[in-house]
Design a protein around this ligand. Structure first.
Ligand SMILES: [Zn+2]
Ligand SMILES: [Zn+2]
Length: 241
């Protein structure tokens, strides 16, 4: 009974994992709702104030109320609602990196927990569909997976909607955004995405791991609106600057 033995082994591993912090593996004396030690819980605390509700940019004073940044006041983004976890730095950046390179079960559970918290906190209306920011198929083959698609699956489970993993497609290659300045980033991805299915009249929730200038999410939101989506909201874990 190899199958039963494997299942028992997996159950034992999961049970052992339940008594350790899912981020730093410290042994927990009292596991609360989610297995995270108090230090990691503090390091991974969500941003609840001092950010722009239109693009998630985080201000120095995290205790300030949320207010729109100058860029969003000057030109409203193409999406309606935003949900995110916090600044892309420190423990959150480490977590997203680690998960990218090591599909650890505990890290996946932790990410899903942060996603659930972010979804509950921001109270966006329930969408009709959840769509990840796509990668070119060749890039997915190179990397082995698309992180945004993984997060869209996790968010889909939280909301109870199967994600449309091919709702959008990337129709041309682009240069790595990290090598470019702000204006170049927008030019680089403008028109690079296209709806791959009928989004007419639908409320779409776009998912990415990190938002930096918002150029990619802007191009994706415009592609949804061009396909006659009724409303587009965006969800990401980390907001970089
Ligand atoms: Zn810890
Ligand atoms: Zn803003």
């Amino acid at each position: 009974m190899v199958g039963a033995g494997l299942a028992r082994g997996l159950a034992a591993v999961l049970h052992a994992a339940g008594r350790r912090c899912q981020f730093c593996a410290a042994v927990l004396e009292h596991a609360g709702d989610f297995p995270l030690c108090p230090a990691c819980r503090a390091l991974l605390a969500p941003r609840v104030g001092g950010y722009c509700p239109d693009c998630g940019i985080c201000y120095e004073d995290s205790a300030a109320p949320a207010y729109s940044c100058l860029a969003c006041r000057l030109g409203k983004p193409p999406w309606s609602g935003v949900a995110f976890h916090g600044p892309y730095s420190g423990a959150l950046r480490d977590l997203i990196h680690q998960y990218k390179f090591n599909h650890d079960h505990g890290l996946g559970l932790l990410l899903r927990d942060l996603i659930r918290q972010a979804w509950d906190r921001h109270r966006l209306p329930r969408p009709d569909c959840v769509v990840p920011v796509p990668m070119l198929p060749a890039r997915v083959l190179d990397r082995g997976f698309n992180q945004s698609a993984e997060l869209a699956c996790m968010l889909g489970k939280v909301i109870g909607i199967a994600p449309l993993l091919r709702g959008l497609c990337k129709i041309r290659d682009t240069r790595a955004q990290s090598s470019l300045g702000r204006a170049e980033r927008h030019r680089n991805v403008a028109g690079a995405f296209e709806a791959a299915m009928n989004l007419s009249g639908r409320h779409v929730l776009l998912v990415d791991d990190v938002m930096t200038t918002g150029a990619t999410l802007t191009a994706c939101a415009k592609a949804c609106l061009a396909a006659k989506a009724r409303r587009v909201d965006i969800f990401f874990l980390g907001r970089a600057v």
